[in-house]
Design a protein around this ligand. Structure first.
Ligand SMILES: *[C@@H]1O[C@H](CO)[C@@H](O)[C@H](O)[C@H]1NC(C)=O
Ligand SMILES: *[C@@H]1O[C@H](CO)[C@@H](O)[C@H](O)[C@H]1NC(C)=O
Ligand SMILES: *[C@@H]1O[C@H](CO)[C@@H](O)[C@H](O)[C@H]1NC(C)=O
Ligand SMILES: *[C@@H]1O[C@H](CO)[C@@H](O)[C@H](O)[C@H]1NC(C)=O
Length: 374
């Protein structure tokens, strides 16, 4: 049966119906005790006080319980499902092309073009992905790379062993996961595992982007610095819910020390990410049996407390790209003011080929592990 509700959510009744109902029931009540219309000031005060006490008794402990809510990240049994490494590294990826939603000054080249100009190159121990470090012609932006894995993932433990991160004025490199098919983004979410802009000396950013209903203003266990808590794409100009790692988690410093490992665990309980410099990689990773339960506090923790991970994230490809300029890296407040880069971003990117000698990724391997009941 359906009930018609009036404008304020009150079951709708005409005045006549109300009076009839009232007349019918009034005889069964003692007028003064149970009819609030007949109450005096004292009785009203008492009743309101009673209600307040009950509300406080329920709400205060509930608020405390909510603030302490935290998912159980109990140990899972991971086993290896995919390895991206070696001379065939690029066979597992498609090359992206065309323009970007974030307005980059990029010319993403095809697989053939990338091989011809040596922008992607793999040996038995590393895969190189770079921005063209030579003069070029064309108004479409500097040639660069975007690759997307053929395989798609929902849940898993992803281990990125990186020897050199891409950096330099005008660059916006990222290793991330999403279902970028037009019409779908961001309904299957986006997980940014490594992302930085320009010289990249302020630490990498770990970020989620989602549709409505995914918030991180909850208890978290992490060492990184919270930059924003609402993952909804339309807030803060699509900044997402971002956490920043320490300055040594990206840039020149990191490269001097042969890079490091970034790990991302995606499961029902939440999404956690870690950064480990080369000299502090946990042994469970080195021996190929990664065990997040032994790694201590994550660098970034996105628990499921106010974000249903399984409805917000699914069917992701692994994506590696080096964007140029665009909404973040190229904004004057960031490019010029925050990082002190010269000229206007697209002018610089178009005319300074020698500035891109460090704009490359060297990836030793990406390993993907899965666990039952994750
Ligand atoms: C660009 O990518 C789309 C989707 O993968 C593909 O259909 C198209 O052929 C590509 N264009 C070029 C010029 O390679
Ligand atoms: C390339 O990466 C940047 C940084 O994450 C992203 O904003 C941009 O949209 C990406 N480009 C494409 C075409 O996906
Ligand atoms: C392509 O790049 C790799 C890695 O930097 C380098 O070793 C190789 O000599 C380059 N190949 C050509 C033909 O330039
Ligand atoms: C956010 O996503 C919606 C689709 O759900 C899209 O229409 C909108 O343009 C996006 N906004 C930003 C700032 O990316």
């Amino acid at each position: 049966m359906s009930v018609d509700f009036g404008p304020a959510g009150i079951p709708f009744m005409t005045e006549k119906e109300y009076n009839e109902t009232f007349e019918t029931h009034k005889s069964s009540c003692s007028p003064s005790a149970w009819n609030p219309r007949a109450w005096g000031r004292k009785r009203w005060t008492g009743a309101l006080l009673g209600i307040s006490v009950i509300v406080a008794a329920v709400v205060v402990p509930l608020t405390v319980v909510m603030a302490n809510q935290y998912p159980s990240y109990q140990r899972l049994e991971y086993s290896l499902v995919d390895i991206y490494s070696g001379e065939r590294f690029f066979d597992s990826f498609d090359y992206g092309n065309g323009t970007e939603a974030t307005h980059g000054f990029t010319n993403y080249v095809t697989k053939d073009g990338a091989e011809w100009s040596n922008l992607t190159y793999a040996t038995s121990n590393e895969a190189i992905i770079r921005v063209l470090p030579r003069d070029h012609t064309g108004a479409a932006g500097r040639p660069t790379i975007k690759i997307l894995s053929k395989q798609r993932y929902t849940h898993g433990l992803f281990i990125f062993d990186i020897g050199h991160v891409s950096y330099g004025c005008g660059t916006w490199p990222a290793i991330w996961m999403s279902d970028t098919d037009l019409d779908i983004w961001p309904s299957h979410g986006e997980i940014d595992i490594i992302e930085s802009v320009n010289q990249g000396n302020k630490g990498t950013q770990f970020t989620l982007h989602t549709t409505n209903g995914c918030e991180m203003s909850v208890k978290r266990k992490q060492t990184g610095k919270v930059l924003s808590n609402n993952c909804l794409n339309s807030t803060n100009y699509n900044m997402g819910c971002a956490v920043r790692g320490a300055p040594d988690s990206y840039g020149e410093e990191l490269n001097k020390n042969q890079g490091g490992v970034y790990a991302m665990e995606w499961r029902t309980a939440g999404i956690r990410m870690w950064f480990f410099p080369r000299n502090r990689i946990p042994s469970s990773i080195s021996i190929g049996k990664p065990e997040p339960s032994e790694w201590g506090i994550a660098t970034a923790d996105f628990p499921s407390t106010k974000c249903d991970i399984n409805s917000h994230f699914k069917n992701h490809k692994l994506i590696i790209n080096i964007s140029l300029c665009g909404d973040w890296a190229g904004a004057p407040s960031v490019y010029n003011e925050e990082y002190g880069c010269q000229m206007e971003c697209t002018e610089y990117v178009g005319s300074m080929p020698e500035a891109f000698k460090d704009a490359y990724w060297s990836i030793n391997s990406i390993k993907v592990y899965k666990a039952p009941n994750s």
